[in-house]
Write a new protein. Structure first.
Length: 250
């Protein structure tokens, strides 16, 4: 199997995210340049889990080269958790069989001290009412003025889809924004949707990236990174990929 995630290719992807964003976000460990999350998810959704560990190893070498001395455990763990969460969350789009394959590939190259051993979501005292409340909040934050029409569509095509999407996907899976922010969650969703060639939902979530605080150039970069990876994996878009429309960011 050809090595698609070459050093040169990954280095090129890194340059696509706007440099101005990095200055605002305050450095590598704060996920100022989340290109690697988009790339890892696009490899996953394109059914090339072998690309995921290559992205992880590249970004860890990159972190080491930018650090004074050895990178801190905190920074390394932060990056690893972001990648893990991006893959987990994007599994709602790509399917959990692909997410599991990619998480296994990531696990195999993850040092023991960076592996997760506890749930990051508090489920011990969770109720259905909690899921509904969180689902309402995140769904509205992401979809803004379109939330009602999108939710009505999901309930019309199948009431169970409407309930599951808002309360399980948004109330549980897409939540935990203390690890992966709303913005970066939308990036992961977009990368998976582009790789799966679902243009209607791509359009929805490109706009949701803006509502999560991303600038227009940042969202355009995410779209391009996902397309570069998916295209390299052999994905062909039947009707093209929607462009980013001018939704105002938060």
């Amino acid at each position: 199997m050809a090595d698609l995630a070459t050093e040169d290719f990954l280095a090129q992807l890194k340059t696509l995210y706007p440099a101005s964003a990095l200055e605002c976000e305050g450095g590598f460990a704060d996920s100022g340049n989340p290109w690697y999350l988009v790339a890892a998810v696009a490899f996953n959704a394109s059914n090339r889990p072998d690309g995921v560990p290559k992205v992880f190893e590249f970004v860890m070498r990159d972190l080491a080269s930018e650090s004074v001395g050895e990178p801190s455990l905190e920074d390394r763990l932060h990056i690893t958790r972001l990648m893990r969460e991006a893959l987990f969350k994007s599994g709602m789009i790509s399917g959990y069989s692909r997410a599991i394959s990619s998480l296994i590939a990531l696990y195999d190259v993850t040092p023991k001290e960076l592996r997760e051993t506890k749930l990051i979501r508090d489920v011990d005292n969770d109720t259905v009412a909690d899921l509904v409340k969180r689902g309402d909040q995140l769904f509205t934050a992401m979809y803004g003025e379109t939330a009602s029409s999108v939710q009505s569509l999901l309930e019309a095509i199948h009431p169970d889809m409407g309930w599951f999407s808002k309360n399980i996907a948004y109330g549980h899976t897409y939540n935990a924004n203390h690890v992966l922010s709303q913005r970066d969650t939308s990036y992961a969703i977009v990368a998976a949707l582009i790789s799966m060639d679902t243009p209607r939902q791509v359009g929805w979530h490109l706009a949701n990236c803006r509502r999560g605080g991303a600038s227009l150039p940042e969202v355009q970069a995410v779209r391009r990174i996902a397309m570069e990876v998916a295209g390299k994996c052999g994905v062909v878009w039947r009707d093209g990929v929607p462009e980013v429309e001018g939704v105002e960011k938060k």
